[in-house]
Write a protein that binds this ligand. Structure first.
Ligand code: NG1
Ligand code: ZN
Length: 550
């Protein structure tokens, strides 16, 4: 029929490059932009089918995050604003590997039959499109549109250049019938930030007041121009944006990934910034890490990574819950037991895990990739997740949200009131500030800033919450990274057989030694991660395990 004919004609113009293989990894499909047309076309079809299946709006984002500028990628956001359901990944992989238009049609028909998706029903597919600032983004977006158009009745709405979390947020809001223009996004950020700061206890001494200026490295990516927008409606903080696009190349010697992995200051930052609070975003502004320049004659930094951001968030939330708890104990409200959990990956610094457990928090581990952490965090009333590299957010359960809403609506509740009431309002503000669809550097850094003001802490005080164990990460190029298969949240190699034993015996030679390897989901490498009691020791450990692998 007409649907089949449309798919046949459109896919004939997008047959994949022979021999090219790509899989839906930790962050969708990613590769050099020049080979992606067919993949992105297929992602358009995939998004349309996902929207038909769920009966809701989905998102399609063209980005390769922290990868070099010549790369690009595509990922699908589910109606909740989270990553596409993992159960659809095998189909995604099969679809992008189609060899002929006939095969593509067959794949689509088989899958839609299995998923009971019907074409031409009363509800049509709607897909929100976004892209980052990569030069290849514009033409790849056209490929996505062509894919979407080959599902009859599917509608694409182009939202233009966005950060990844902005698109996820828009998808989430629109499916809840909440206004979700870019203007709404900025308004929500600034409003909730200012209400949070307004609830801070008044500090008497000026000496404990943190510097109000924040220096931002925007990775020469999309975060820069968006921050200029945020700034317009923000009070109580001064954002000084560097590397906002014109100063250099995207992710080249700049950005959160570079800063976190190399542990040096990004381009544009140096000795003259000693004493300043600095933050680095990645290319699509879904991650961030803080740092401070510590030397007047080198680019050495003190890194405050995702683990420490997580710890700061956990500490703050726990403090508010403690205030609530104290009042509840006195019989002020119905006892509400909040299950709070934090989620990390094997890349979390061991010292952070110790610290969080010491706070009495439940710590869970998942494999690398936000989709796993997010899913786990959603099991709690308040789930806080972060990857060490700075990707993370806070999730609140519907039960928790209705609990605090009910309290705010109590007749006696006063918004200028007691510390108990202010604690509730702070939690409300956090639920509005933090992006619950996905990790978001812009909202995340504003929450950090508000909490530092609340605590009256400098970046140095924050950094000293606990001391990171020395660590080292390496990338090893291998012929076939898929030959390495891991288990136990990626901490154990199960294939090739015998490899784990070699890693174990190497690691055992070091005090506080810990080491694991895993294939990257976004780059063609095997990653080695190691921890030990000194930097020299950990460098040797990582090197020797690297040699075993490569
Ligand atoms: P891979 O390439 O699978 O290690 C990297 C990051 C992830 C995640 C994704 C998506 C590390 C070690 N890995 O994944 O945490 O952020 O990119 O961007 O940082
Ligand atoms: Zn990113």
């Amino acid at each position: 029929d007409q649907q089949i004919a449309t798919l046949l004609t459109s896919s004939a113009q997008f047959t994949p490059i022979p021999g090219f293989k790509i899989t839906y990894g930790t962050a969708g499909f990613r590769a050099n932009a020049s080979v992606l047309s067919s993949t992105v076309f297929c992602a358009g079809i995939l998004a349309a089918l996902r929207s038909l299946k769920t009966g809701k709006m989905v998102g399609l984002m063209i980005t390769a995050s922290h990868n070099p500028i010549d790369d690009n990628g595509v990922k699908i956001a589910d109606p909740s604003g989270g990553m596409m359901a993992q159960t659809w990944e095998p189909f995604a992989d099969a679809l992008v590997g189609f060899q002929s238009p006939e095969e593509l049609v067959q794949l689509v028909l088989e899958f839609t039959k299995k998923e009971k998706i019907s074409f031409g029903g009363p509800k049509s597919a709607v897909i929100l499109l976004g892209r980052d600032t990569r030069p290849s983004g514009k033409s790849l977006l056209e490929c996505a549109k062509r894919g979407i158009a080959s599902i009859i009745g599917a509608v694409a709405i182009n939202m233009g250049i966005l950060t990844t979390p902005q698109l996820h947020w828009m998808v989430r809001c629109r499916n809840k019938d909440i206004n979700a223009s870019e203007y709404d996004y900025f308004k929500q950020l600034s409003k909730s930030f200012m209400s949070l700061v307004g609830l801070n206890p008044l500090k008497e001494t000026t000496s404990s007041k943190p510097n109000s200026t924040l220096l931002i490295d925007a990775a020469n990516g999309v975060g820069g121009e968006k921050l200029h927008e945020v700034k317009k409606s923000l009070m109580g903080i001064e954002l000084q944006v560097r590397n906002s696009g014109k100063e250099g190349i995207l992710n080249d010697g700049v950005g959160a990934d570079f800063v976190q992995k190399e542990k040096v200051a990004p381009q544009g930052f140096g000795p003259s910034d000693v004493g300043m609070r600095c933050v680095s975003l990645d290319g699509d502004a879904d991650r961030f890490v803080y740092f401070r320049v510590i030397s007047t004659d080198s680019n050495k930094i003190d890194l405050i990574d995702g683990d420490k951001i997580l710890s700061l968030f956990a500490l703050f939330i726990k403090a508010q819950l403690n205030i609530l708890q104290k009042m509840d104990d006195k019989g002020a409200g119905d006892q509400f037991v909040t299950r709070i959990g934090v989620v990390q990956t094997a890349y979390a610094n061991g010292a952070s895990t110790d610290y969080l457990r010491q706070l009495g928090l439940e710590v869970a581990f998942t494999p690398t990739g936000v989709k796993y952490l997010h899913e786990k965090a959603a099991e709690y009333d308040i789930g806080i997740y972060f990857e060490a590299n700075g990707h993370g957010t806070i999730l609140f359960s519907d039960t928790f949200l209705s609990m605090i809403e009910a309290r705010v609506n109590e007749p006696m509740f006063s918004s200028t009131g007691s510390e108990y009431e202010r604690a509730i309002l702070r939690l409300v503000a956090v639920t509005q500030l933090i992006n619950q669809a996905v990790g978001d550097a812009l909202s995340g850094l504003l929450l950090v800033e508000a909490i530092l003001q609340y605590m009256g802490w400098s970046i140095e005080t924050w950094s000293k919450l606990y001391r990171d164990l020395p660590s080292r990460q390496l990338k090893i190029k291998v012929a076939d990274r898929t030959a390495v298969i891991t288990a136990n949240a990626e901490t154990q190699v199960v294939k090739p057989f015998g490899l784990q034993k070699m890693i174990d015996s190497e690691t055992a030679k070091y005090t506080k030694g810990r080491c694991f390897i895993r294939p990257s989901g976004t780059e063609d490498v095997i990653r080695v991660y190691a921890e030990a009691s000194t930097q020299e020791a950990v460098d040797t450990l990582a090197q020797s395990v690297g040699q075993i692998v490569g």
